[in-house]
Design a protein around this ligand. Structure first.
Ligand code: E4P
Length: 218
């Protein structure tokens, strides 16, 4: 399963990329707004740090506007994936983008039928939002299980990009279900590495080593 970092923050991306922990990046208008910088400048910087898919979302809600933005964003770098909202106008634009060979990520997906439509129209990725689904007392991961099964039934090439991941548990469950990608905030990525027994174990190894070393050289 691929790991994408869900952020528009350059420091976080630089750090995760340096350690080889990420395969790509996803952004959304809220994440970009938090940075208070020009969207395209941010995207250009990300393309220099990460050699993998980088999702950039349109903000138009009509097909013509979505297409205009999509072509503009796709021009920035070959790794840019145009993120299109799961709305009727978005689907009209998606069909055209698929025909034009522009890679896409259909976002704000909350049920299997929405994902099925996006896959039929040639989306490269679909982004079901598990955390936001959990927030309204639904089970986000059951949506992922449905999508994995449906996409397998029909052999769709569209990849399931598990979005709105809020904890390491979401990542583990996404991997167990066989999702293609999970995108997560920097904090969750860091949590994936941690286990208290790892820290305790390492501390003990190093202490024992030091003790033996001192005894040999005493
Ligand atoms: C998906 O690509 C979105 O950027 C993101 O995962 C949304 O996460 P949130 O629900 O934690 O805002």
């Amino acid at each position: 399963m691929k790991f994408f970092l869900d952020t528009a923050n350059i420091e976080e991306i630089r750090d995760a990329a340096e350690y080889g922990l990420i395969d790509g990046v996803t952004t959304n208008p809220s994440l970009v707004a938090k940075e208070g910088r020009d969207f395209k400048d941010i995207l250009r910087e990300i393309t220099r740090l990460v050699n993998g898919p980088i999702s950039a979302e349109v903000v138009s809600t009509d097909a013509a506007g979505i297409l205009r933005e999509a072509y503009d964003l796709a021009k920035i770098h070959e790794n840019i994936i145009v993120k299109v909202p799961m709305i009727k106008e978005g689907m009209k634009a998606l069909r055209q983008l698929s025909r034009d060979g522009i890679r896409t990520n259909v976002t704000l997906v909350f049920n299997p039928n929405q994902a099925l439509i996006a896959a039929k129209l040639g989306a490269t990725y679909v982004s079901p939002f598990v955390g936001r689904f959990d927030d309204v007392s639904e089970v986000g991961m059951s949506l992922i299980a449905d999508l994995v099964r449906i996409f397998k039934n029909y052999g769709f090439a569209t990849q399931i990009l598990v979005a709105s991941c809020r904890s390491p548990l979401h990542i583990r469950e996404a991997a167990l279900l066989g999702a293609h990608v999970a995108t997560m905030p920097y904090k969750v990525l860091e949590q994936l590495l941690k286990h208290p027994l790892t820290d305790i174990g390492l501390e003990r190894f190093l202490k024992d080593w030091e003790k033996a070393h001192q005894a040999v050289h005493a």
